[in-house]
Write a new protein. Structure first.
Length: 317
């Protein structure tokens, strides 16, 4: 196999996240796609919410290549916005939700975004940098919430329903994401993720773990991070691309892992790791769970089996 030729073909291909969202919704609309706390979304409902958000963004001038800021904690809102960005061929600027003050102003200014989607958690941080950037945000907040200037209620702007946007001219080699999780020596700098990288990350994870129909991918890492967004989310749709067969998988999103972890001994070259405290995470049987560790488990193939579930290591995450 000529690997270079395969990669070149994928760069020219149109098998991107936005197109495959619609394909999965058409094939298995009633199957559960996402779980978050007590909320669930089927593939069909997820696709419909993506189209509503895409219609809002498009009405405000978002088109192919337009940066869109996403400032949300782990939630379906984050993934709906990510899908809308993909369907429009836009570029998602995934912002670290721990950023504040000058750091947050900096990434908003350098992202090139003029429009963004935020959640209620982000509103206080946006209020503290009011006037320090040019991004207009729509925030997913309860009715009547006081909002700073240039932040508007998302529910008031979303259409009741929307048709799918026209397929954009987007290829695997085009830019999909700016991920702002670096910056240990200064302000955060974006890692540029192209559609092909997003695609291959999920396909690789699905193959490595041997994901089967009916399994759940548990995503405790922040979705603004490349490990969680690329590997966990795309694993839901990778089977559609790899085999053309509907893959009845689910993504279970954790609202946050920090509270459920304790510090681990510092590894020589991988920085500080985390280990999941026993009993901290609700793990249903036959669930594929992703959790950060300071080093790969000492088992063959980097995969550690436990009764009734599987644990995949994400070194250095």
């Amino acid at each position: 196999m000529d690997l270079a030729a395969v990669v070149a073909e994928m760069k020219r291909g149109t098998d991107t996240f936005g197109r495959l969202i619609a394909e999965q919704a058409a094939r298995i609309p009633d199957q559960v796609a996402l779980k978050f706390e007590r909320e669930t979304l089927s593939y069909g409902a997820y696709d419909a919410e993506v189209d509503r958000t895409a219609a809002l963004l498009a009405s405000r001038g978002v088109a192919t290549g337009t940066p869109v800021a996403i400032l949300c904690q782990n939630s379906p809102r984050f993934l709906v916005t990510l899908g809308a960005v993909a369907k429009l061929g836009a570029v998602g600027a995934l912002l670290n939700t721990h950023l504040d003050g000058a750091g947050l102003s900096h990434v908003l200014q350098t992202s090139g975004a003029r429009l963004g989607i935020a959640d209620a958690h982000a509103v206080p941080a946006l209020a503290r940098i009011e006037g320090g950037h040019d991004v207009r945000f729509f925030a997913d907040v309860e009715a009547g919430t006081a909002l700073p200037a240039a932040v508007y209620p998302l529910d008031d702007a979303l259409p009741a329903r929307a048709d799918p946007p026209p397929p954009p001219e987007v290829r695997g080699g085009d830019v999909f994401l700016y991920i702002y999780t670096s910056g240990t020596t200064g302000y955060p700098k974006p890692a540029i993720v192209r559609h092909i990288r997003f695609t291959l990350g999920g396909i690789g994870l699905a193959a490595l773990l041997g994901l089967q129909a009916g399994e759940t991918v548990y995503a405790p890492l922040p979705l603004y991070h490349g490990e969680s967004a690329g590997h966990s989310v795309w694993a839901l749709f990778a089977g559609c691309l790899a085999s053309g067969v509907p893959q009845r998988r689910r993504l279970c999103i954790a609202p946050g892992l920090q509270r459920e972890c304790v510090p681990r001994r510092r590894a020589p070259s991988r920085g500080r790791g985390l280990r999941v405290r026993r009993g901290a995470l609700p793990l249903p049987p036959a669930t594929t769970t992703l959790a950060p560790r300071s080093r790969p488990p000492a088992t063959r193939g980097g995969r550690r089996r436990t009764p009734g579930r599987r644990l995949a290591s994400v070194p250095g995450a």
